[in-house]
Design a protein around this ligand. Structure first.
Ligand SMILES: [Zn+2]
Ligand SMILES: [Zn+2]
Length: 220
C-alpha cells in the first residue's frame, strides 16, 4: 500500500490498483480489484486502523472484472453504497451479460468473472456525487459507462480508472481492452480540460504533480 496524497492510498491487487480514501465519515473505496483477492484490501485497511466494515461507499469506474471482482464480497461485508454509471450498471448487477473482447475472453482463464452485485446509485449526469468531495466525470470509450472521479483534496485528485494508464507519464489505455477508441480519445481531451494535480490509475504508477498538464501533453 502506498499513500499518494494525505489519506488517499493505492493498493496493488495483482496487476490492478484499488484506492482507499479515508474521510471523517468513513472510508471510500474506488474500485475493488480482482475476485477472491479482498484480503489485500483488508490488510491495507488494517494499516490505517480500519476494517472492511468502515467502508461507507464503493465508487466504480467501470464494469471490467479487474475493477469489480471484489465488489459483491465487500458490499456484503460493509453495507457500503455502490456508485457506478448507469450505462455500466446492468453488467455490474448481472442483468446484462458482459460483452467481452477477444482478449478478455482469452484472459477469462486467469481473470475470474465478478460476482454480480446491486448498484445503489446509478449516475446519469456529471457533477457532484452523493459522496461528499467526489465529482463524477463520464469518460466513455474504454467502456460506455466508464466514469472518472475527481476528489476535492490536495489540489485535486483524479481517479482515472482505465480512461488512461499511468507510469512516468499519462498514457492511453490498452487499445485491445478499449471498446471505442475515438470516444476514449474524446474523454482524454475532456480530462485535459479539468484542473487537478494528482492522478491515480487502475494500471500504472500514479502521477503526483502536473496531472492535468500531463493529459494536455498526451492529447496535444
Ligand atoms: Zn478496464
Ligand atoms: Zn483494468
Amino acid at each position: 500500500m502506498r499513500q499518494i496524497v494525505d489519506g488517499v492510498f493505492e493498493v496493488g491487487i495483482g496487476f490492478v490498483h484499488a484506492h482507499l480514501v479515508v474521510t471523517d465519515d468513513g472510508v471510500i473505496l474506488v474500485d475493488t480489484g480482482l475476485a477472491g483477492r479482498t484480503a489485500a484490501l483488508a490488510a491495507a485497511l488494517q494499516e490505517t486502523r480500519r476494517t472492511v466494515g468502515d467502508i461507507t461507499a464503493i465508487l466504480l469506474t467501470h464494469w471490467h472484472f479487474d475493477h469489480t471482482g471484489g465488489l459483491a464480497e465487500l458490499r456484503r461485508g460493509s453495507g457500503a453504497r455502490v456508485v457506478a454509471h448507469h450505462l455500466d450498471t446492468p453488467t455490474i448487477d448481472g442483468t446484462r451479460p458482459a460483452a467481452l473482447t477477444r482478449l478478455q475472453r482469452l484472459l477469462s482463464v486467469v481473470l475470474k468473472p465478478a460476482e454480480p452485485a446491486p448498484v445503489d446509485v446509478a449516475l446519469t449526469v456529471d457533477g457532484p456525487t452523493p459522496i461528499p468531495g467526489f465529482t463524477a466525470v463520464h469518460t466513455p470509450g474504454h467502456t460506455a459507462g466508464h466514469v472518472s472521479y475527481l476528489l476535492d483534496r490536495a489540489g485535486g485528485v483524479l481517479f482515472a480508472g482505465d480512461a488512461a494508464s499511468g507510469g512516468s507519464r499519462v498514457r492511453r489505455p490498452l487499445g485491445l481492452m478499449t471498446e471505442d477508441r475515438a470516444r476514449s480519445e474524446e474523454s482524454l481531451r475532456r480530462l485535459a480540460g479539468l484542473s487537478f494535480g494528482t492522478v491515480v490509475f487502475g494500471h500504472g504508477k500514479a502521477v503526483t504533480s502536473g496531472g492535468a498538464d500531463s493529459f494536455r501533453a498526451l492529447v496535444g
